[in-house]
Every structure is written in structure tokens, then in C-alpha cells.
Design a protein around this ligand. Sequence first.
Ligand SMILES: [Fe+2]
Ligand SMILES: [Fe+2]
Length: 407
Amino acid sequence: MIQGLPTSHPADTVLRVVSITNALRGLQSLGAILDRLLYEARKLVRADAGTIFLVDGGDLVFSYVHNDSLFNADAVTRHVYLASRLPVDGTSLAGFVARKAAPLVIDDVYAMDPALPVHFNDSFDCRTGYRTRAVASLPLVSSRGRVVGVMQLINPADDDGRPTRFSPADIVLLTLLADQATAIVESGLVTEEFILRMARMAELRDPAETGPHVRRVGNYAAEICHVLAIRQGLSVPEAKRRKDMMRVAAMLHDVGKVGISDRILRKPGPLTSDEYAVMKGHTLLGATLFANPVSEVDAWSRDVALYHHQHFNGAGYPGQADTLPGHARDVAPPLSGEDIPLPARITAVADVYDALVSQRVYKPPFAPTEAARIIAEGSGSQFDPAVVEAFFSIEDVIAAIRCRYPE
Ligand SMILES: [Fe+2]
Ligand SMILES: [Fe+2]
């Protein structure tokens, strides 16, 4: 059970909401914002579980889940990717809240008044064996009146940890937090869209770099990065921060392809050696987009763009100086082993794995088991063995990501 704070003076609780929103403002990516918002909301009302849904078109997308009773961190991750969409209607509590743009509080979802125009969707409980009881579902409404998502808190406990219901004071506090946090969630959505637009620019040039490919590579890399960070003994908040930067940097791995001509990118047959040399330049072109890093995520994006085709044993590119024009040797010195930046070593595994399981003009998709065999074979030569090991430790999460973002 998440540790709650003792009941305190109303002014203290308002100050707590202010300090939470200040902390949220310091976060950049949407994932980090949603994760922290849900954590803090649960702490405020001592909720055992919670979910944030985001509105996408006419649907609600299950975007973040926490559950202390049911999951360890890996299982949570798998559920985040596996869980699906809900329509914005009365067939679920969250869908109803999104449609009405008003909060809904239920003491026991299995004893709801059948006359209510809303139903509890029990598919999550059925799938997991969890028993949802009390629910507080709040819309995240922007200053322009648009519902951007729904925050749902489940099964609160009293000061002694016993199950209880949400009090009117809890709802006031959660409403205040939801109102304050929505603008920050919206800014996270804008950043996310901006990154996707950059990735889409590369896709316009290279048909293999599709939106789903970019999202899959970003998420595989983020999860591998998280495993490695925890193994290194880093704190959970620091591991999450790195996971977030990794996702963005990996999504932009091939953004340098915007500078390669269609004649080469779309050539149906094999490339000549001169054309291949130009193609390799997408690593250097990508790096020049982040030449003056203003943030850590920029620096990671530069490293990933530059070195995602660099092999652990020093083969690949751009690290082979003989394949590059003279000036490039200063930009990208030949690297091997752990001198290759870790975000690039991680992206290399994620990108190659996804290319293997995907259809390409020059090959059919490989079965996941065959792709995994090829990755294992490359451990120590093409790929960092520690990264390959981390990849295999979360095969279920990798499979869930593959299903979440089909072509
Ligand atoms: Fe590439
Ligand atoms: Fe790629």
C-alpha cells in the first residue's frame, strides 16, 4: 500500500497540491508527467491502484496504470502495453466521465444502482483477479473545455490501512489536482506530438521508417534502458527519467534520413558502393540536427543518431573512418565496446530486432523466435551482451509492445 499522509489542515492540503504541480512542471515527457501525477494522486487519497486514460480521437486510451496489490513493476509495464481502448460512452466509468466531463464517485462498483446510465467494465478485474471496489473517476479538462483524459483512483485506505470509501474532502483535493495538472499534461502531449512529427519527416523519405516502427523501437529501447538502470543500482525515479529520454532518442534514430535523396532511399534494387556510402551518412546528418544540445535528451538523441549502426566489435558505421569523408572523422571517431554510448548500444538491438520481425521490400517478416535467435547470435560481436541479456529478460514486455503498435 502506498504510504499516505496523515489528515491535515485544508491549507496544508492545498499547499501539497501546489508543490505537486510544481514538481510536474519540471518534467518534460508525457510518460514522466502521467506517472508522477498518478503516483501523487494516489498518495493524496491513499489509493491502492489508479489509471490514467488519454483521449485519442473518439476513444480513451489506457495510458498509465499503477496497482500496489497486483503487480510488480514488470507486470505493470506489460499491462500498460497490452491494455486497450475504451469508447467514450456509458459502457465504462472512465468513458462516461470523459463524455460528461464531470467526476464520478462510486463506493462499490459491484453494487451499483442498475438505474445509473453507466456500467462498470470488469474486463480488467476478470483478466487479473483484482477486486475493484471504490472508484473516483475525474476528467482532465483543459482551460478551453476540452477533455484530454480521465484520471481514475481505486480502493482507498484509511489512516490504519483499512479499505474505505472516497470522502468528499478527497474528491475536492483530487479535483483541484486534476485541474492544475491538465495544462501540464497538455504540454506533454504537445512535446510528444512534436517528436512524432520529426520522426514522420524521416518516414516521408524512407517508407521502412513507419510510425509504428518508430514507436516500437522507442518503447523496446526505453524498457531495456530501464532494466539496465535498475541493475546498475540507480533509484527508480532516475531509472524512469532515463527510460523517458531513451524513448525519445530511440524514436529519432533515423531522423537523419531526411537528408538522403529519394533516388537512394527508394531505390528498388541493391545500392552501389557509392550509394551505400551516401546512405551511411544518415548517421552524421542526424547528429548535426542535435549539434548544439540544449538538454540531456538532445545529447542522447545525437549519440543514438550517430552510433546506432556501430557494432560492439567496432564494425558497422560511422566508426570506420575509411568509409567516411575526412571531416567526419572528427564528428564520429571510431568506437567499439563500452566506448559506444549506451543509448546507441540499446537502440541498435531494438532497431535490428524490429527490422527483422517487420516486412521490408527486400525480405518477408521473420518469426519473433527466429529474430530473437539472430539477436542472440550477434551478442558480443554486433551487440553489447549486457543489452542483449536485458532484452531477453523482458521478452513478454517486448511481445506486448509488438502487439500494441502493429503496422
Ligand atoms: Fe539507421
Ligand atoms: Fe529503424
